[in-house]
Design a protein around this ligand. Structure first.
Ligand code: CTP
Length: 153
């Protein structure tokens, strides 16, 4: 019998942790459905994304491990989805360990290890650090300007 796997997530700023998770999920069964969090649902969760929903879904849909993409618009939809798509396995990263055990009467529930050292939140932080000018660079720029001012005085 063919096995359908389902997972849920925001997948903002798609990164290697996301890719490895999707690969492992695809290996668990024959068909992988990914529910991508909508802007409205993220707002409800207090999560701000850099990449809009349409682009996040377009990227996920293009990954060869993924067979179908659906919207994730609420916490409550999971049981409905499991029934509607005849899901055998619900799987997600272990940052959610235990949170979805209530699905166990309906399908297998698996928590997979995360890739260490990367997350969308961390990427957003690095972007901030990357784009801000350091104190040393600012002081150096001031010195250069001061020297130029003297040259042209
Ligand atoms: N994930 C993973 N390894 C990572 C980051 C995420 O396996 N390094 C998994 C999560 O456990 C989840 C899925 O990818 O099952 C989607 O997670 P998401 O929250 O969208 O990604 P994060 O990078 O964790 O984003 P954030 O920092 O906003 O929580």
């Amino acid at each position: 019998m063919s096995k359908t796997v389902i997972t849920y997530g925001t997948f903002d700023m798609f990164h290697i942790g996301h890719l490895r998770l999707l690969r492992r999920l695809a290996e668990l069964g024959d068909r992988l459905i990914v529910a991508v969090s909508t802007e409205e649902f993220n707002a409800e969760k207090g999560k701000k994304t850099l990449i809009p929903y349409d682009q996040r879904t377009e990227i996920i849909r293009a990954i060869r491990y993924v067979d179908e993409v659906i919207p994730e618009h609420s916490w409550e939809q999971k049981l409905d989805d499991v029934r509607r798509y005849d899901v055998s396995i619900f799987a997600i990263g272990e940052d959610w360990k235990g949170r979805f055990d209530f699905l166990k009467p309906y399908c297998d529930v698996i928590y997979l290890p995360r890739t260490e050292g990367i997350s969308s939140t961390e990427l957003k932080r690095s972007l901030n650090r990357f784009s801000s000018i350091s104190r040393e660079d600012l002081l150096h720029a001031c010195e250069v300007l001061e020297a130029l001012r003297k040259d042209f005085a």
